[in-house]
Design a protein around this ligand. Structure first.
Ligand code: PLP
Length: 396
């Protein structure tokens, strides 16, 4: 058999990690909708526990449909293995807990996913795990923050909403020098645009809710990495029980088959939308790593094969005027999330930062005029025309 790992991304997305034949000669992977697995007799049970037979035991310890997702993600991320979860946050929290212990120290960038930050800064603190927040993408500040008890560096690439892209090669070199593990939440990039493991990152997590499933219809999460790390995280998942359901696994596995096609379209449409917005007189600034104006464009160009489907921009307007623009858009729907077939739009000041006062928002860098546009797979021409008519209507 030829080596799957030398094949192209489109081929891998369709075939990698899947057996050539499924039960019943079905072409599509069946859903193994079962909570447990039967043993023919006691001899088989003993053979299994003595390690002489490899097979399934119980739903929380593994499922064939879930394994299809795990194997495909491992192939796409160029790593040994992966373990799937019920949500992205189950993947993030279980992965972090597999590395830290009391008196450990964690370093994270100030702009990482809000619930990840909350988990580290409020929950882990209760168990004696310390942390330091450093300025987005600032690897020098990160190195200065490392202490003898630092066990883990947590980052994202790109981040939300300003799409900072940290230099992963420098980050992993610093981490290695100090013998600290690295975890990258790669949800925004997907392996189509960036493979953190190729840049020396130890742990790669995804919210499979976003691009992996691709259809805004299911929650899931994945951690990918070396066999050793995945085994550690898997052991903890088997205890915590944040398992991916077989039916959700089926949907994510199906979504993964078209991941490169969808992300290529989203990359192209987002770049066109970002370019059109940058030229519009009502738009103050656009943050898209594919634009030459983005502060991390050079790093993004070096690391990424495409720049993703999320465009953040600031209108020359107050909160209410921005809402008028958002309400005037006829294609994107107002919703949190990203990465699906449908374009989604939101005002970060009202969505993720609703409970803050405008002064507090200013302090964390969330401006009132901000809009986050998560591009779907519609025609870019339609998305651009729609945004133009919405700007005209909002500012008439
Ligand atoms: C959505 C998201 C998560 C959380 O994933 P869930 O599947 O909602 O639990 C984590 N990180 C990033 C970057 C996300 O966009």
């Amino acid at each position: 058999m030829s080596d799957e790992s030398t094949r192209g991304l489109l081929t891998q997305a369709v075939h990698a990690g899947e057996p050539r034949t499924h039960p019943y000669d079905a072409l599509a992977a069946p859903i193994a909708q079962t909570a447990t697995y039967t043993f023919a007799d006691t001899a088989e049970l003993i053979a299994y526990f003595e390690g002489r037979k490899t097979r399934m035991e119980y739903g929380r310890y593994g499922n064939p449909t879930v394994q299809l997702v795990e194997r495909k993600v491992a192939a796409l991320e160029h790593v040994d293995a992966a373990v799937a979860f019920a949500s992205g946050m189950a993947a993030v929290t279980t992965s972090i807990l597999s590395i830290v212990k009391a008196d450990s120290h964690v370093v994270l960038f100030a702009d990482c996913y809000r619930r990840t930050r909350q988990f580290v800064s409020t929950f882990l603190t209760r168990f004696g795990v310390e942390h330091t927040l450093v300025a987005p993408a600032d690897v020098d500040a990160l190195e200065r923050a490392i202490r003898p008890n630092t066990r883990l560096i947590i980052s994202e690439a790109p981040t939300n909403p300003y799409q900072t892209v940290v230099d992963l090669d420098r980050l992993s070199a610093v981490a290695r020098e100090h013998r600290v593990k690295t975890l990258i939440d790669s949800t925004f990039a997907t392996p189509v645009n960036l493979r953190p493991a190729d840049h020396g990152i130890d742990m790669v997590v995804h919210s499979a809710t976003k691009y992996f499933s691709g259809h805004n219809d299911v929650l899931g999460g994945v951690l990918a990495g070396s066999a050793g790390i995945v085994s550690l995280v898997r052991d903890l998942r088997d205890v915590f029980g944040g398992n991916l359901d077989p039916h959700a696994a089926y949907l994510i596995h199906r979504g993964l088959k078209t991941l490169p096609l969808r992300v290529a379209q989203q990359n192209a449409s987002a770049l066109r939308l970002a370019t059109a917005l940058e030229a519009h007189p009502r738009v103050r600034q656009v943050w898209y790593p594919g634009l030459a104006s983005h502060p991390h464009h050079e790093t993004a160009k070096r690391l990424m094969r495409g720049f993703g489907g999320v465009v953040t921009f600031e209108l020359d307007a107050d909160l209410q005027q921005v809402s008028r623009f958002v309400d005037a858009c006829e294609i994107p729907r107002i919703a949190p999330s990203l990465g699906g077939a449908e374009s989604l739009i939101e005002q970060p000041a009202l969505m993720s930062y609703f409970e803050l006062t405008s002064a507090q928002r200013e302090e964390v860098g969330i401006r009132e005029g901000l809009v986050r546009y998560a591009v779907g797979v519609e025609d870019a021409d339609d998305l651009i025309a729609d945004v133009r008519q919405a700007l005209d209507r909002a500012f008439r």
